[in-house]
Design a protein around this ligand. Structure first.
Ligand SMILES: [Zn+2]
Length: 379
């Protein structure tokens, strides 16, 4: 990862380069900010920049042996530390999932935490950094750097450290060896142990501006400018969110009605309004064919549409974030989502998500959901 691979955040790249040129690189650095920004990419690019043996003023070279090792996630003096799910309730360290993590970084460098448990084939669990990972870091930090000036720990989501792991980490940060650097990226730094938070140098990473998201969607996803502009307006500076919406929009254009989120949402609401039980049965089976991850994403999508419709119904202008086709439907539909039923509707969709995540039978869960929607729409 080079600085030039990362869209935007130019002020932060300048600050990192200045730290190096002035010889004041802190031994623990935290990139903090909302999800869907390039925090972990910045940490990775900074590590590569520090290790590069043919660095130019503004970026790592991308070609020296050190850069090549970084780019293939195999740099000898770099350790990746990240939340995991315990394997068979046994002590589990990050390295046990190294291959999955490397794939995850390659598939989506903006690192959407919600997708990580799915990647680990365990969407119901919340990954954490356990005490054995703290011990592992202590063990590895005893050795001096092999091939470079610094050993670097790249830690993704330090706020997911369990307390005993955080205490080990605290010890490492309080008594660092001279050649160790900790580069951490946090989606929610308020959840970090205050004793750690106060001992690290912090860099705030801001949300992307709409035009930056738009440019990214055009250059990296090949979206048409109007579509990119539409999506950027909805994504609120979160690239992961933008990519997710782009994926839904893409499916919606691919003519397969079964994967068209907006169409499926509209169908549910129309059929529920008409109390067409037989067609709702077919609808449940169609949605169930999406498989678990697809169903969960669709249910999330429905929750967002309900929220947007409720806001629209309240008549608060400027707070809505919808694409044009979504808005066209909602202009008429919004009046059905009101203060009498909105919380109950959310509850029903959350319950369905929970049951699907827990491996319940999706056809039954979705049909039950459809029946609840019939009753709630009349309120
Ligand atoms: Zn290099």
């Amino acid at each position: 990862m080079r600085f030039s691979d990362i869209p935007g955040h130019e002020d932060i790249k300048d600050r990192l380069r200045l730290m190096v040129s002035e010889g004041r690189v802190p031994h623990a650095l935290l990139f903090e900010g909302p999800s869907g920004t390039a925090k972990f990419m910045l940490a990775r690019a900074f590590a590569q920049y520090l290790h590069c043996t043919d660095r130019h003023d503004d970026d790592s070279c991308g070609k020296c042996p050190s850069c090549l090792q970084h780019q293939s996630f195999r740099h000898i003096d770099t350790v990746y530390s990240f939340p995991v799910i315990k394997k068979d309730n046994k002590p589990t360290i990050s390295d046990d999932y190294r291959q999955e993590f490397v794939e995850f970084m390659s598939e989506g460098p903006f690192m959407d935490f919600n997708r990580w448990p799915v990647k680990l084939n365990n969407p119901n669990k919340r990954p954490a950094i356990y005490v054995e990972e703290g011990n592992e870091l202590i063990r590895r930090m005893v050795y001096t750097a092999h091939a470079s000036k610094f050993k670097i720990v790249l830690m993704w989501l330090p706020e997911r450290m369990q307390e005993d792991a955080a205490n080990k980490m605290l010890k490492l940060i309080e008594e660092p060896t001279s050649d160790t650097l900790f580069l951490m990226a946090s989606d929610n730094s308020r959840a970090l142990l205050p004793t750690i938070y106060s001992r690290v140098q912090r860099i705030k990473v801001k949300r992307y501006a709409n035009h930056e998201v738009e440019r990214y969607l055009i250059s990296e996803n090949g979206l048409a400018p109007e579509t990119a502009c539409d999506i950027a307006a909805v994504a609120e500076g979160d690239i992961n969110r933008a990519l997710e919406i782009a994926e839904i929009a893409h499916n919606d254009n691919s003519d397969t009605a079964a994967t068209n989120s907006l169409a499926m949402f509209i169908k549910l609401m129309r059929l529920a309004y008409q109390r067409d039980i037989a067609s709702l049965k077919v609808w449940s089976n169609d949605v169930a064919s999406l498989k678990r991850e697809g169903i969960l994403r669709f249910l999330d999508y429905c929750a967002r549409m309900l929220r947007e419709n409720f806001i629209l119904n309240l008549g608060v202008s400027g707070l809505n974030h919808m694409t044009t086709p979504e808005h066209n439907f909602s202009a008429n539909f919004a009046r059905f989502v009101n203060e009498r039923n909105v919380l109950k509707l959310f509850d029903e969709f959350n319950l369905a998500s929970r049951d699907v995540a827990a491996n319940g039978n999706p056809k039954i869960i979705l049909f039950d959901l459809a029946i609840s929607v019939i009753l709630l729409l009349k309120q």
